[in-house]
Design a protein around this ligand. Structure first.
Ligand code: SAH
Length: 222
């Protein structure tokens, strides 16, 4: 297989298989056509080991090594849709970028994207995969998401793909006026996905349902 064929996919990674996933997400209530088009376009199989590729378009989280997972497509779509529903955010911070799948879905839909991941080997691979898809201009760094990215704040959107038990104060501080934070909050078993919108000194909160993410590891545990 040449690089082009690998990106396009065959059999269980083909365009038809991806169409079925999109249909399923639609049935589950994803209505933003830009988001659905991204799920259709981004070859999720390239973000995981080849041994797992045949399962890439199942709507489930899958292991990617280092005790981490690639997020479930429905949850990626739900979070992205929630981030975009008030208009296109110019400056966005993604925390826990892992293999880079969510990054790839998000990058073309926002202005400038900043991504933080705690584990360097995942970050290195994510960079390579994103570059192979011509997704350039994303600022990525290895670091602790609890702190956000102070030197680049404020952000119009912050999306967190790992769950803290409480919302990190720094992330609220780094929201621009009208900015929104999409974050799973809770213990290990399951978490509530929350959307917070900053309105002056108020933070409006809305629940988007229950989800299951790996924990947002505290800086000192890393
Ligand atoms: N966004 C990924 C899924 C990531 S899984 C996707 O699209 O599939 C959650 C990621 O959060 C893991 O890679 C984990 O290493 C990372 N993570 C956990 N705690 C973190 C922290 N404090 N700062 C940055 N990244 C963290």
């Amino acid at each position: 297989m040449n690089a082009d064929q690998r990106i396009r996919g065959i059999g269980m990674t083909s365009a038809r298989t991806r169409d079925r996933l999109v249909k399923r997400l639609r049935e589950q209530g994803i209505i933003d056509e830009k988001v659905l088009a991204q799920v259709r376009n981004v070859p999720r199989h390239l973000f995981m080991d080849e041994a797992m590729a045949s399962r890439a378009y199942e709507d489930t989280a899958l292991p990617i090594g280092h005790g981490q997972t690639i997020s479930q497509p429905y949850v990626v779509a739900l979070m992205t849709q929630a981030l975009l529903e008030d208009g296109k955010p110019e400056k966005v911070l993604e925390i826990g970028s892992g293999c880079g799948y969510q990054t790839a879905i998000l990058a073309p839909l926002v202005g400038k994207l900043y991504a933080i991941e705690r584990l360097a080997p995942l970050q290195v691979r994510a960079r390579q995969t994103l570059a192979s898809l011509n997704l350039l201009g994303i600022r990525m760094r290895v670091g602790d998401g609890w702190q956000g990215w102070p030197s680049q704040a404020p952000f119009d959107g912050i999306l967190v793909a790992a769950a803290p038990e409480q919302i990190p104060e720094a992330l609220l501080d780094q929201l621009a006026e009208g900015g929104r934070l999409i974050i799973p909050v809770g213990g290990r078993a399951s978490q509530e996905l929350i959307k917070i919108t900053r309105k002056g000194s108020n933070f409006e909160k809305r629940s988007l349902g229950l989800v299951r993410f790996v924990p947002l590891v505290g800086g000192s545990e890393g």
